[in-house]
Design a protein around this ligand. Structure first.
Ligand code: ATP
Ligand code: MG
Length: 361
């Protein structure tokens, strides 16, 4: 049986058997319903209040809900049989706390009875997905942005940066803007998230964005309940916020400048290798026009560091950048388990959860 690979993101959980060059078979919301204690069914209006997001900003926060979700994924979705569980590889965000790693390995061996365990950093895995072992990943997900220089398969932690900004902030920004321009429309956050994924885009450059303030084509969008909403400049504002975080009220540099700063803090011998192998990934990086704007700003950079983006290999499925951490995990699983580099049940029984720091790095 192939190993299972799991990338549990703040919004989407990607899971499937490790078949390299294929997308994960399960992509589901990282979300659980919490049943009321007395077992009564909640009314539909209360539903939103009792859903739980077990992963927050990339890290597992609600272990009970996560266990229920893993149970569903492994036994129902991927049809593992109780008593015959296989091996499993998890992707990890940058700077995962030691306690989180230990709790995960403990849950896997003690609750799910897995026969082998491995965990590896998303930044490294996203590079593997495009056939590289060195480069720099910019992962813009739902709950975070991780920028990580990677040399020979190892993250340069001192030079890496984590920002607690992601798709969720862009959804909130869009909601705020659309509520201003459509005061009579009753908008839920899930409607706004759908609108964001359909309409958000990036202007060619900052000048072009400023011009959208004067003239911008208006789109009419019908919500599932029949209300009609008008979308104009807001769609550009969402994409622009990644390049001008002040739009989100944050006194930070834009995404391209942040990448350049990360690369510059690595020894200059490695600059070229990092620059020439920059990989954009995560769902938020698939905003229409994002890649073009990113490359345009990078080309205009006055510093000697001018990042250029890696083109995904042609044999990889579409949407590679949305699933690249999972897909790199599938490639790695084909190496670590056959070569016995993983944590075995015997290792775990002998050393306990701290074995994860010795074997997975
Ligand atoms: N076309 C699109 N335009 C804008 N945003 C998009 C688009 N497609 C997906 N997204 C956003 O991407 C995010 C999900 O991306 P991803 O699956 O990489 O996040 P995640 O892995 O769940 O979270 P994280 O890695 O931050 O823990 C959501 O915020 C979603 O709304
Ligand atoms: Mg992610």
């Amino acid at each position: 049986m192939e190993a299972v690979v799991v990338d549990a993101g703040s919004k989407l959980l990607k899971a499937g058997f490790a078949v390299p060059d294929q997308a994960p078979t399960m992509i589901i919301p990282t979300r659980m319903k919490r049943m009321p204690e007395d077992g009564a069914m909640p009314s539909s209006s209360a539903f939103e209040d009792i859903t739980v997001d077990p992963v927050v900003r990339g890290f597992i926060r609600d272990w009970e809900a996560m266990e229920d979700l893993f149970h569903h994924v492994l036994y129902t979705g991927l049809e593992w049989e109780v008593g015959n569980e296989g091996q499993i590889l998890f992707t990890e965000p940058l700077s995962t706390p030691k306690a989180v790693r230990e709790q995960l390995v403990q849950m896997m061996f003690e609750t799910f009875n897995v026969s082998g365990f491995y965990a590896s950093e998303q930044a490294v895995l996203s590079l593997y997905a495009v056939g590289r072992i060195s480069g720099c990943t910019v992962d813009i997900g739902h709950g975070k942005i991780d920028i990580a220089p990677v040399s020979e398969g190892a993250v340069q932690h001192i030079a890496s940066k984590r920002f607690d900004i992601g798709g969720i902030e862009l959804t909130n920004l869009l909601a705020q803007e659309l509520r201003k321009s459509n005061p009579h429309v009753n908008l839920s956050l899930s409607d706004v998230e759908d609108i964001k994924e359909q309409y958000a885009c990036c202007a060619e450059d900052q000048d072009a964005f400023e011009k959208t303030g004067k003239s911008c084509q208006k789109e009419q969008h019908t919500l599932p309940d029949g209300q009609v909403i008008t979308i104009a400049r807001e769609r550009y504002t969402v994409g622009e916020a990644l390049f001008q975080p002040l739009i989100l009220g944050l006194e930070e540099h834009g995404i391209v400048e942040q990448l350049i700063r990360c690369i510059s803090s690595v020894s200059s011998d490695n600059h070229r290798q990092l620059m020439e192998n920059t990989v954009l990934c995560g769902g938020t990086a698939s905003i229409t026009g994002f890649e073009e704007r990113f490359q345009k700003e990078a080309n205009l950079c006055s510093s000697a560091i001018c990042p250029s983006l890696v083109k995904p290999p042609e044999y990889m499925p579409e949407n590679l950048s949305k699933n690249s951490a999972w897909m790199g995990g599938a490639i790695l699983a084909k190496v670590v388990f056959p070569q016995n580099q993983h944590v075995t049940k015997a290792d775990y029984d002998e050393t306990g959860p701290s074995i994860v720091h010795r074997k997975c790095f």
